[in-house]
Structures are given as structure tokens and as C-alpha cells.
Design a protein around this ligand. Structure first.
Ligand SMILES: [Zn+2]
Length: 81
């Protein structure tokens, strides 16, 4: 399952294997593909694969920010521009 890169840190997730539940920010980073800029997200309790994100292009970040003004992303301490 591909998570929404912009909002997954604040979204709720449940592990279907062990029942862990929490915010996306609590998920563990799994494998990262430097070729595709895809990062796997694993359950922090049992390391089951939960989902993945793919880093957006710069213009996709700018477009999303225009379309979602003021929406909290969980990346707000980072300058994504
Ligand atoms: Zn789990």
C-alpha cells in the first residue's frame, strides 16, 4: 500500500499481523530504494511491512502545498520547497 507522502506521519495505521496501532510517524523505515526514491515502512512492534512512500518531485510538492494550504503534514519542521 502506498501511503500519502505528505500526510502519512499524522495518519493512523494498524498492523494486521500483531495488532499494533499508531501514527505513521512511529513506523520504522525499512528498505530504501535509491533508484526509485521509495522507502518501506514497517511495524515498530513486529517489523511487518505496512506500506511505502515514494518521494515526490519538487513540482509535486509545490502543487500539493498550493492545493492543500495550511494542512499539517508531519514534515512541517522541514522546508520541503
Ligand atoms: Zn506488527
Amino acid at each position: 500500500m502506498q501511503v500519502n507522502f505528505f500526510t502519512f506521519k499524522l495518519d493512523d495505521f494498524v498492523c494486521t499481523k500483531c495488532g499494533w496501532g499508531g501514527k505513521g510517524a512511529e513506523l520504522k523505515n525499512g528498505d530504501f530504494s535509491e533508484t526509485h526514491f521509495i522507502c518501506d515502512l514497517d511495524c515498530p512492534s513486529c517489523f511487518e511491512h505496512i506500506g511505502f512512500w515514494q518521494a515526490p518531485l519538487r513540482k509535486e510538492v509545490e502543487k500539493w502545498k498550493i492545493e492543500h494550504p495550511g494542512v499539517k503534514t508531519g514534515w512541517d519542521d522541514l522546508d520541503m520547497t
